[in-house]
Design a protein around this ligand. Structure first.
Ligand code: ZN
Length: 186
């Protein structure tokens, strides 16, 4: 392989006769292979062959974007969400990792108790309403929890007659559900 060549995981980077395995490589059967997609980098001094990972640049989040994340904490008036990706850019990292939903942005009507509408580990879909403070809204019908787990036994909850039921222990739970709940799509 030439210095600067693009390789995929498992591609040959060079031989142990020529090179010492460097970062993001492994050696097997006298050959050196890439463990990640990237560009081959040969250091002439140390004779090491490495791969420089090629990662997609982070996607910037702006007001109106739809994001998917996981509920990692619940306070009296705030849901803390760890963001996973922006809709349409699932393969790219995102520039901000945490966001919040204030109780006033949960739905279009008054919410008394946040804990009756969200739970830890819920996966939700939300819209960015304030990109500077990373505040989200789940007010629209298609926004809200898309996957939830039983608080008793951690089994995935199923939507049944507009409610959430645990297929394992029969527990009934409530959420601010997205109309896409359980469909496996964002
Ligand atoms: Zn259960």
């Amino acid at each position: 392989m030439m210095d600067g060549s693009f390789v995929l995981p498992g591609d040959e980077v060079g031989s142990l006769e020529e090179f010492v395995p460097g970062d993001y490589t492994y050696a097997r059967g006298g050959m050196i292979f890439a463990t990640t997609a990237g560009l081959v980098k040969v250091d002439p001094k140390t004779r090491s062959a490495s791969v420089i990972p090629k990662t997609n640049p982070p996607v910037k989040l702006i007001q109106g974007d739809i994001v998917v994340g996981e509920v990692i904490d619940l306070k009296d008036s705030l849901v803390i969400v760890s963001l996973a990706f922006k809709k349409g850019h699932e393969d790219r990292p995102i520039s901000d990792e945490e966001a919040t939903i204030h109780i006033s942005n949960v739905r279009n009507s008054y919410v008394k108790d946040l804990r009756s509408l969200f739970s830890l580990r819920d996966i939700l879909k939300a819209k960015i309403v304030d990109e500077r403070q990373m505040r989200l809204s789940t007010g629209d019908e298609d926004l809200g929890v898309i996957k939830a787990y039983c608080n008793r036994c951690l089994t995935g909850l199923m939507k049944k007659d507009g409610k959430l039921v645990c297929p394992n222990c029969g527990n009934n739970e409530t959420r601010k559900m997205s109309s896409a709940y359980g469909l496996g799509e964002v």
